[in-house]
Design a protein around this ligand. Sequence first.
Ligand code: MN
Ligand code: MN
Length: 381
Amino acid sequence: MFALLLKFLTPHLVPLLMVLAPYEVWFGIPGDAVLEKYSQSDSRATAEKVAKALRASGFVVEVRDKKPPVVGTGPSTGVGQPTNGGTSTGSTTTGGSSSGGSSSGSTTGGTSGGSPPGTTTGPAQPIIDDYVHLAMGNPSKATADVKQENNYLMKKPQFALSYNRADAIPNWVSWQLTKKWMGGTGRSDNFRPDPDLPSGWYKVTDKSYNGSGFTRGHMCPSGDRTANRTDNSAVFVMTNMIPQSANNNNKGWNSLEDYCRGLAEAGNELYIICGPQGQGGTGTSGKKQTIDGGKVKVPAFTWKVVVVVPAGSGPAVNRVTEKTRVIAIWMPNDQSVGTDWAKYRKSVDFIEEQTGLDLLSNLPAALQAKLEAQVDAGPVK
Ligand code: MN
Ligand code: MN
């Protein structure tokens, strides 16, 4: 009787079950015998994204497909299927939709940017990006499209940036800072043109700033990438530099960098975004609009936003709350700057107004609004 009923219902049950989020993400710490269920989703692409983010945080992860094996029902209604071929790193892949292969893969240089616009329209969940240096968002929606030459996304293993070809400096640079990025490696000091820039673009060299009165100011600093020689060397490409006044660079900017490394040493996970704004700065040879024969723009200000996420498990974006500390600073690019970085604190909203960027865009809108309106008043050393 029951069997008969079941038989009758089966054709209706199968599509029903397919709607019930069949892709489950299970996770555990290495060595765990049993995994725990972390989330479920009706989209394999979403499940794989979550899985990748968890793997990036060191978890053992499995994507389990609970969809009942469908024999020949063809259609697979889902119109918005993963366009990226699903990078099926998961263990139990039941080669579903047009897996096709390609999947380009490699964490760097992805074309997908920080927040692919076309992903499934679900609840207002933040998009989880497996690429750690854009965990809080891609503030200018930069893409790795050479036609977008003044908002050109470069995703490197050590940091991400949006490059501005016309200005020959980055619009912003973004990176994660934790203890694991720090070690005993000293400064490489191998300033050089960035070989990852598209061919045919002017490449700023190690000598471009010579005699300008401005320093080659790192955005992602050398001191944040000292775990090994490769990582440290990576931050000496000129796409990570701006013409920075000596006192800005060596005093206020540097003291905030030091303070941030202390927060990371204490076990926090930091997400840092910074960049230049405006034009016309004053270095040791006076005020200038450009250097390098007019090819490199000199900014008027430097800004930085630091999200201090306490250590924990799961994607960082899910661990940001209304209590999370966010430090934002805005400094003139001139010789007036002293070592006290704290007096340059502003709200993230202020920096967004000045730059036109949408910072922390991966956070839910209400949380962004709350955190971005505040001016940090926390400890300064
Ligand atoms: Mn510096
Ligand atoms: Mn924002």
